[in-house]
Design a protein around this ligand. Sequence first.
Ligand code: NAD
Ligand code: MG
Length: 396
Amino acid sequence: MSRVQQVTVLGATGSIGLSTLDVIARHPDRYQVFALTGFSRLAELLALCIRHVPRFAVVPEAAAAAGLQDDLRAAGLATQVLVGEEGLCQVASAPEVDAVMAAIVGAAGLRPTLAAVEAGKKILLANKEALVMSGALFMQAVRKSGSVLLPIDSEHNAIFQCMPSDFSRGLSAVGVRRILLTASGGPFRQTPMAELEHVSPEQACAHPNWSMGRKISVDSASMMNKGLELIEACWLFDAQPSQVEVVIHPQSVIHSLVDYVDGSVLAQLGNPDMRTPIANALAWPERIDSGVAPLDLFAVARLDFQAPDEQRFPCLRLARQAAEAGNSAPAMLNAANEVAVAAFLERRIRYPEIASIIDEVLNLEPVVAVNELDAVFAADTKARALAEQWLQRNAR
Ligand code: NAD
Ligand code: MG
């Protein structure tokens, strides 16, 4: 590798952002932080700027920007603070940037991630919602710009590692029969169904194996996360939904598998620590130290597998339906889920109502073609409005 790579970290204050900065800090000879962005935890963003000395920082609005700019100056830093979505798109597409970690959570990450794609950057994609919402357009933009798209989601990174390098020729052309997408089953895998009515946001966020942001933690509890990942896998690997099978594997040691026509099944294993896929994508096709401890198979001792129960996890069924319907359905699914999860985290609804809201939104609104980004955002807006209407009607 020739020169130090300039990296923009979108969503630097989040769980993935912090893990990314941990890996980057281990390799100052390879990576330099070009820009860091944050949304609410601005004291943390300041601390990260002091530690990583980026050229730019991005915050959501002007007053916060002025405050951060003053603090940065007082700390003797020349970091320039930019504002809002425009600032995000600017640091995602700046000519100096080599790689962009897309780690903003939810639909808010779509435009900045697409800006990085259109500028032909190497994309480290954690923000699965962006791809779920706009799959066809996103992949078209990747092909057009020649951007290198590397999955950060541990499952998709595992699949990527188990695929032959020419998988873009098509799954059947490279002898792949199906993709086995593993899922931990989350904190409610064995909770008696009757108790699910009363589970709290804290219980939903207490994931048995992974430490993550609150939204994805709730998605993992409901298995909507696996549903979004199913859609993500279809776009990344040009698979049909029927070629992606979800397998519950409670230990989260196998991060996913690829099943070939000759009967070979390749898997990627490792400790559940996002620094492994992050390091893999940052250095690809090389390998670098991630700080993750070696896997101790004797401590793991056993690996279990079971089929998901769609009665327990209706969100998985809804996501599969949206994957099969395609067009605007995944954007609607994602938007309704974002509203429902936020309402659950605010204790406005019970946990099983997350699925009820999404189900209603998908039933009320017909699926339409999405040939441009405006249509994606229209579907997103419509679904949010319908989900809000549900909340108004059923306000507690
Ligand atoms: P998080 O909540 O910890 O962090 C989210 C980041 O996005 C923060 O930096 C926050 O400031 C920023 N952000 C939030 N709303 C924003 C907005 N409206 N505009 C701009 N920035 C905003 O989330 P996370 O767990 O780090 O997840 C980030 C993404 O990575 C998600 O899409 C998630 O699905 C995906 N992902 C996370 C993990 C994980 O282990 N945490 C694993 C796989 C995929
Ligand atoms: Mg995942």
